[in-house]
Design a protein around this ligand. Structure first.
Ligand code: A2P
Length: 268
């Protein structure tokens, strides 16, 4: 549902922000939930970008960066969030319900975009936890499959139930009339680190041991053919980035595309 109408709120809506209505909230675990909001008719974004999200609960609301998890052709916006105990935003955001108002700053931005990567054969999307959000958008963008023959989405979480959101997104992609035809190009690799599941271990360990590549039936990462996007906690970014550099990949930006890009999964 596109919307331009300004909902009523207790505090004035700051200038330069959209006030949007929550359409759906779903809780996955006591740490994770998703929410959907109406999309401002004027909002344009590239798959993989993030926006600043806040609540109209103060004169000066707290904003946090959230990757848009829905594809750029969707008429609503979806976000996937952690619940941080006492987190200045998520402590309140986790209580929202359909019909409530969420604030969004007007300018989307970010480096996890197809434009920041040189063309290649295979694209790895390395995610942990809520770091899957930008990839939930990118795997539903036809441009991703036009640019890369094979897309490998890795999602590593502590427990099996934290993988549910990713399974759902991949299932909706397979059934989607616009992008379902690209599903054969996508490999979804799931692993857990604190509970048994078919694949266990941190992504960095599976890269270092080579188990990732043998599990997937692909050769090790090669800067001639392979590209990577990384999204997770600061520690995961640091270690996965080091692994990519070890394979000879170089970090790119919007202005200077290269062979891998990095973005923090923001929390608070
Ligand atoms: P672990 O369970 O061994 O800490 P979180 O929910 O804390 O962000 O963690 C999400 C996933 O990221 C977990 O599976 C966690 O593994 C993993 N992880 C944490 N730190 C790193 C790191 N430095 N490199 C790779 N994976 C990491």
């Amino acid at each position: 549902m596109m919307s331009n109408t300004m909902p009523q709120t207790e505090f004035p809506i700051p200038s330069g922000v959209f006030a949007q209505t929550v359409t759906l909230v779903r809780h996955y675990t006591d740490r994770l939930f998703k929410f959907r909001i109406t999309r401002p008719a004027s909002l344009r974004f590239r798959s993989g970008e993030f926006v600043m999200i806040g609540l109209p609960n103060a004169q000066k609301p707290v904003f946090r960066a959230y990757s848009v998890a829905s594809p750029s052709w969707d008429d609503e916006l979806e976000f996937y969030s952690i619940k941080v105990p006492d987190g200045p935003l998520t402590e309140h955001l986790q209580k929202i319900r359909a019909g409530d108002v969420v604030l969004m700053r007007k300018k989307p931005t970010g480096t996890l975009v197809n434009d920041a990567l040189l063309p290649g054969k295979r694209l790895y999307m390395f995610s942990t936890g809520t770091g899957i959000a930008p990839f939930a958008s990118l795997i539903r963008d036809p441009e991703t499959y036009e640019k890369f023959e094979q897309v490998i989405l890795t999602h590593t979480c502590r427990t099996r139930d934290e993988l549910t959101y990713g399974h759902e997104v991949v299932a909706t992609l397979r059934d989607d009339p616009l992008v379902g035809g690209f599903a054969a190009q996508l490999t979804h690799d799931c692993a857990t680190t604190r509970q048994d599941s078919p694949v266990r271990g941190r992504i960095t360990e599976r890269i270092a041991s080579g188990a990732l590549f043998s599990d997937l039936g692909v050769p090790p990462i090669d800067p001639q053919t392979d590209r990577a996007m990384i999204c997770g906690s600061m520690a995961m970014l640091r270690d996965t980035k080091k692994a990519m550099e070890g394979f000879g990949l170089r970090e790119g930006t919007n202005n200077r595309p290269a062979t891998f890009v990095v973005e923090r999964a923001f929390v608070g």
